[in-house]
Ligand binder design. Structure first.
Ligand code: HEC
Length: 155
């Protein structure tokens, strides 16, 4: 008799999490083929961005950067973060990925989806308002909430 009840309880716990995950945009396929920024190295261990990262912009986002950070609906920007490999010039293992996609429905975060993913590429469920928007709002409210600029991309 316990089994069906257990299944119901399990579903009650898992389903809301699955619904949330399903509404988050998945990592776009082939984004590493998009316009890529310079390699960015942050050696300050107190920084959230300690490590190496690369920014990728799709065609719409690139137009947005070129227009001085005025991004059209659907623009997508992805950042891959890697650990520093001691004693080597190369990159260590990937540790996370973040994404911004322009979506006018996301009013509470400046008209952008903010999503964090683990090294496995699955959404990590970070809260976009509490975890992401604060910094982007503080640093880039005049730049459509995008902190990097066209200068971060090779010509
Ligand atoms: C501590 C402040 C801070 C927090 C918190 C933060 N970001 Fe950022 N983010 C930055 C900075 C600074 C850059 C620019 C990095 C660069 O130019 O190399 C950036 C860049 C980005 C970019 C590339 C586009 C841009 O704005 O330059 C994306 C996408 C992004 N962040 C998504 C996220 C997501 C998703 C979260 C939440 C999981 C998040 N960020 C949380 C500070 C932050």
């Amino acid at each position: 008799m316990m089994k069906p009840l257990f299944a119901v309880l399990l579903a009650a716990v898992l389903l809301p999490a699955m619904v949330v995950a399903a509404t988050l945009p998945p990592l776009p396929k082939g984004y590493t083929g998009w316009k890529k920024s310079e390699r960015k190295l942050v050696t300050d261990k107190n920084s959230l961005f300690y490590g190496i990262h690369y920014i990728y912009a799709d065609k719409k986002a690139l137009k947005g950067y070129q227009a001085g950070n005025k991004f059209p609906e659907g623009s997508t920007i992805v950042v891959d973060y890697f650990n520093i490999k001691t004693g080597s010039a190369g990159d260590g293992p990937k540790n996370m990925t973040v994404l911004m996609r322009k979506d006018k429905r996301k009013k509470e975060t400046g008209g952008w989806h903010f999503v964090g993913y683990g090294a496995d590429g699955k959404p990590s469920g970070l809260d976009p308002v509490d975890t992401c928007f604060g910094c982007h709002n503080k640093d880039a409210a005049q730049k459509d909430f995008v902190i990097s600029t066209i200068k971060d991309f090779k010509p």
